[in-house]
Design a protein around this ligand. Structure first.
Ligand code: ZN
Length: 365
């Protein structure tokens, strides 16, 4: 049972709904009030709460959205986040962030302590403890990037009407990770397509955030240029997505789960980011160096995470992109998603809360 003293700003109606989702998913962890400071795991929730509030308000202003978005945190060691909606409470949406996703004391320090990542970021050889001010900034940037990305990913599920579509397939909720559905290949193709739509939205928001962050740190050895800031972002995003991966991913069972694996999500985002950068030559990063850098970040993060035994190796997905044939599995997969997007878009449009949906003839990636 959840400690009722921790209900905080969620009233009992809201609280009960979130609790019922957690119970359905078999998650035994308390929902916590945003001002709780959890000393043991060193997760300071208050700044996260302010950041979440800021992002939600900025999103509402930007798209002129008037619905209520409640948010809360779940005190769980697992990484996750979800957006939810119930017809019982109209015009109200929910975002729950699992604090496991924000554990700055687990994944990210190990990531930046690894030689492959340090070389990539141009940091000197590790001396053990992360106490140098520059490294503290690196660490907090990675955790904050991952956190804000999760919030914006969930906001995209809300804004683009995904939750109304998903009511009939996933009990009115969308998670950012491995609350996987049963083996329903066709539903999972829909979910993969919507995940890619949410990923694209979140990353678009983060591009401008990161450029701003880089400008605020003109003397920092990593963040003093846009590419350095992007490197940190890709590393942190890959690391957080990678914690969502199932160990038994393979090209053959891609649609056995409701979410695409980290490699596919990050590769899609790198492709999308490249297209974005081509439209914004002022940022000063050309397409070829961007793609090469993004791949290097993904490989370095993978090496660090599996090399430090934080995560298990999963099936080699390189063959997914380059199997030597004209129709690599990736082409077949992305064509199926594109075709699914054409079908979903008209169903989503009546539920769009603001902004626009990607055109049907364009990839939602
Ligand atoms: Zn999602």
């Amino acid at each position: 049972m959840v400690d009722s003293s921790r209900i905080g700003s969620l009233d009992s109606k809201h609280f009960g709904f979130i609790e019922s989702i957690l119970m359905k998913q078999g998650v035994v962890a308390p929902i916590v009030t945003p001002d709780l400071v959890d000393d043991e795991s060193r997760n300071f929730i208050s700044p996260r709460d302010l950041s979440a509030k800021y992002e939600i308000n900025a999103w509402k202003t930007r798209f002129q959205i008037s619905v209520d978005v409640q948010h809360c945190f779940v005190l769980s060691a697992n990484a996750n986040a979800f957006a939810a909606y119930t017809p019982a409470v109209p015009n109200t949406y929910y975002i729950a962030i699992f604090l496991g996703a924000l554990q700055s004391n687990v994944i990210f320090p190990k990531l930046i302590a690894h030689p492959a990542v340090r070389r990539l970021l141009g940091l000197p050889e590790s001396l053990g403890e992360i106490d140098h001010p520059d490294e503290v900034v690196v660490l907090s940037t990675m955790v904050t990037s991952a956190f804000l990305w999760l919030v914006n990913h969930e906001l995209a599920h809300i804004k683009n009407g995904h939750l109304h579509l998903s009511n009939r397939i996933s009990h009115g909720m969308f998670s950012a990770e491995a609350m996987q559905l049963t083996n329903l290949q066709d539903n999972n193709l829909t979910q993969h397509t919507l995940e890619m739509d949410a990923d694209s939205f979140a990353s678009g928001r983060m591009v401008s955030w990161i450029i701003g962050y880089s400008a605020q740190h003109p003397h920092h050895p990593v963040l003093n240029n846009n590419m350095g800031a992007f490197r940190l972002f890709i590393l942190s995003l890959y690391a957080i997505m990678r914690t969502f991966d199932r160990a038994d991913w393979s090209v053959d069972n891609l649609l056995a789960y409701s979410h695409p694996p980290a490699l596919i999500r990050c590769s899609s985002l790198a492709t999308w980011g490249g297209a974005f950068l081509q439209q914004k030559p002022g940022i000063g990063i050309d397409l070829q160096s961007w793609l090469a850098e993004a791949a290097e970040c993904i490989f370095a993060a993978e090496e660090a995470l599996t090399g430090s035994r934080i995560l298990q190796n999963h099936g080699d997905l390189r063959g997914f992109f380059f199997d030597g044939s004209e129709r690599a599995p990736w082409n077949i997969y992305s064509d199926r998603m594109l075709s699914r997007w054409s079908k979903l878009r008209p169903e989503l449009l009546p539920h769009l809360l603001g902004g626009v949906l990607a055109p049907a003839q364009a990839s939602p990636l």
